[in-house]
Design a protein around this ligand. Structure first.
Ligand SMILES: [Fe+2]
Ligand SMILES: [Fe+2]
Length: 201
């Protein structure tokens, strides 16, 4: 059977595949995983609004970010409802070493570079989330979670496409491709050195 990574390869070009051993670590404590997941959805919604506020001169992009922020908030609501039904409480802000390491790669030079790096990085975060939700959706022994995470994987695959579209709309395709390749190489290195936890990253 093709891995989730192989099935999704045509949608996004991640350079490393999350091993099934990662899934076992996540599945070993799904309560902790869902607490972290809820945090990630809430942050994704907030990041979309922050990107919008930094780019008021791009109305099409702003519209897409409003829609994305709403969808991520809906994901947050969905995971919150499952947690609530299972008696699992939310937690406050926590560090996300994966996202922080990726954000450190974003250049602070020209407005063009700042915009490009941030939307490429957020697209990569969506792609990695999509892959990992797909793994949980395949391997969880819990039918409700299998259905929930498979559906989320499909939604996150679309989110990667949104960031790609706007990168290509506002920046030259060869510049986008070159920078994307650099960031994907760095992302694979970041993923390889971070310890596995019962969390999305
Ligand atoms: Fe989401
Ligand atoms: Fe997303």
């Amino acid at each position: 059977m093709a891995s989730v990574f192989e099935e999704l390869r045509e949608f996004f070009p991640l350079k490393s595949e999350t091993p099934r051993a990662w899934t076992q670590v996540a599945l070993s404590n799904m309560n902790a995983f869902m607490i972290d997941h809820a945090f990630c959805e809430r942050k994704a919604s907030a990041h979309a609004m922050k990107l919008l506020m930094s780019n008021p001169d791009k109305p099409d992009f702003c519209e897409a970010m409003i829609q994305l922020s709403i969808e991520e908030l809906e994901h947050f609501h969905q995971v919150f409802r499952i947690m609530k039904s299972r008696g699992i409480a939310l937690r406050g802000d926590a560090k996300d070493p994966y996202v922080n390491a990726l954000m450190d790669l974003c250049r602070d030079g020209s407005e063009h570079d700042r915009f490009l790096d941030r939307i490429l990085v957020f697209g990569i975060v969506e792609a990695r989330g999509c892959e990992r939700f797909g793994l949980i959706g395949e391997d969880s022994p819990d039918a409700e979670l299998r259905e929930f995470y498979s559906g989320l994987a499909r939604a996150e695959a679309k989110h990667f496409g949104i960031f790609q579209r706007y990168a290509r709309q506002y920046c030259a395709p060869d510049v986008v491709a070159r920078r994307m390749d650099e960031l994907l190489t760095a992302e694979a290195e970041i993923v390889s050195r971070l310890p596995w936890r019962a969390s999305l990253h």
